[in-house]
Design a protein around this ligand. Structure first.
Ligand code: NAD
Length: 286
């Protein structure tokens, strides 16, 4: 029997040196008995521009890579260099995982599938009919699409950058015509939150370098759930306030782990042990 060569994967982006993703993938590979090498491919270190992501894909394929994760600032740029793209990634116009299979480069977005899988695991049975999303950036966009696939019928989007929230609301309305998606302002939260099933926070506020909470937590109430996608730290000031208000909560580790779980499965074709990857992730960030 011929043995397959070690799995080979990498993460393309800028400032990816401290990423936890290589450690997560390789530890799961070892636990599965796979030889699995996962490298960071930092554009700054390599002296490459984001626009050269297509060349990097060509070389990765020639060099025998099985797959790549793609992060800032290449998630949109990479789309034009693929042979095929999964439907949810196509809808988003952003790809964070590329798999080389049968000579073809196929793009996926495991940020959006990862949020959905993490949500289902961490907040089972939670109502999703009406949701407020705070933060309309790259991560917020992936979360919004996941929520609409999870059945959200009314999505309100709030961002400091009002134009960004409006643009996202228009794009989502085009993609999900059955849902009501609207941009809203911070002063409307006092009207929106009493009637919402839940809130997802997707701005950098609450990260170690941006402490605090993006809105007035006095508006939280026990009939709503609160999900934060910030995961450094895992227990943010928002989640502490939400627990104190009696809300069910979901930390950002769920999305972070499941984007890696889904990418591992796509790159290796082997189903990872999500609980083991989650325990490893929580060790790494604690
Ligand atoms: P981004 O820069 O693309 O978008 C951030 C958005 O937040 C912007 O639209 C900005 O205007 C808005 N914003 C900033 N401060 C705000 C405030 N106080 N109130 C309202 N809006 C505000 O960033 P991103 O890539 O979307 O990442 C956002 C956060 O999500 C980061 O903390 C990142 O670490 C986290 N993230 C987590 C995961 C995960 O897997 N859990 C994945 C991706 C990103």
């Amino acid at each position: 029997m011929t043995q397959r060569p070690p799995y080979l994967a990498g993460l393309i982006g800028t400032g990816v040196g401290p990423s936890l993703t290589p450690a997560l993938h390789m530890a799961e590979g070892r636990a599965q008995g796979l030889e699995y090498v996962y490298r960071t491919l930092d554009l700054n270190v390599l002296g490459l521009s984001p626009e050269q992501v297509g060349e990097m894909l060509t070389w990765a394929r020639r060099l025998g890579y099985d797959g790549l994760n793609i992060t800032h600032p290449c998630k949109q740029l990479v789309v034009g260099h693929l042979d095929d793209i999964d439907a949810s990634a196509r809808t988003l116009g952003a790809v964070n995982t590329v798999v080389f299979r049968d000579g073809r480069a196929v793009g996926y977005n495991t940020d959006t599938t990862g949020f959905a899988h993490g949500f289902a695991e961490g907040l089972p049975g939670a109502a999703t009919g009406s949701v407020v999303l705070v933060g309309a950036g790259g991560a917020g966009t992936a979360v919004a699409d996941a929520l609409l696939r999870l059945g959200t019928a009314h999505l309100s989007i709030v961002d400091l950058d009002v134009d960004r929230a409006s643009t996202l609301a228009h794009e989502l309305t085009d993609r999900h015509p059955d849902a009501r998606v609207e941009a809203s302002s911070f002063d409307k939260l006092s009207v929106l939150l009493p009637n919402t099933d839940g809130l997802v926070h997707a701005t950098p506020t609450g990260m170690a370098e941006h402490p605090g909470v993006a809105f007035d937590t006095a508006l939280l109430h026990p009939d709503m759930w609160v999900a934060d996608i910030v995961y450094r730290p895992l227990d943010t000031a928002l989640l502490q306030a939400a627990r104190a208000a009696g809300c069910r909560t979901l930390d950002g580790g769920h999305m972070a782990v499941y984007q890696a779980v889904d990418a591992f499965a796509l790159i290796t074709g082997v189903a990872p042990d999500a609980a083991r990857m989650s325990a490893h992730f929580r060790d790494l960030v604690s």
